[in-house]
Design a protein around this ligand. Sequence first.
Ligand code: ADP
Ligand code: MG
Length: 225
Amino acid sequence: MLQLSNITRAYELGGEKAGVFGVSLDVPAGCLAVLAGPSGSGKTTLLQLAGLLDEPDEGEVRLNGESVSTLPEKARCELRLRRLGFVFQAFNLVPVLSALENVMLPLQLQGMNEEVARRGAAEALDRVGLSDRLEHRPGQLSGGQQQRVAIARALAPKPLLVLADEPTASLDHAHGGPLMDLMAQQCKDSGVSFLVASHDPSVIARANLVFRMQDGRLMSVEGAA
Ligand SMILES: Nc1ncnc2c1ncn2[C@@H]1O[C@H](COP(=O)(O)OP(=O)(O)O)[C@@H](O)[C@H]1O
Ligand SMILES: [Mg+2]
């Protein structure tokens, strides 16, 4: 479903080379995959390449068999909006909007009218167990609930793949596992895949597939999807 082939993206840092080097990996449909590795190992760089927010120096990114790394920006933008979802460490919800309105945003950006977007957003929030929090603003929700709103926002457009960068890092320890269980359930229910960057053991423990990164290189792949 997502295929990275021999991806290199190098940064020059004071004469030293940093980034990711020669990474190939494959995330099948319906898979909860984790990019594990210490800080600086290249996880965010890879997520940005997979999310079409950045272009590789070498190698190819494929989504559903289609080579997407060299598409023009307009086409990449369409793919980001319709086929990809994003979840961040800091949730990145709009504070003055309700949970429902936050989840409606990407649907309205796609051109859905308000009524259809409202229905889609309510359905997505129901999938993450927040149907009783539709009118709450982010500040009225716990961290775990805010991250579930962010997951609902990512899932509402029915993407192929959700990219999540350290999604449990702002939560206290007890919330990481349940959040991952929720993602695993979405994989089973709808066939969406997640690629989650994390060094949290409770996240790694729940993955179908673990890609271990170190110094910008893929060191090992564990598990079968
Ligand atoms: N925009 C950038 N400019 C220069 N160096 C960068 C940039 N982004 C990342 N790097 C370097 O690339 C390496 C990998 O970073 P990153 O992908 O953020 O790792 P991780 O997410 O695993 O912590 C690090 O050495 C980092 O300093
Ligand atoms: Mg990072």
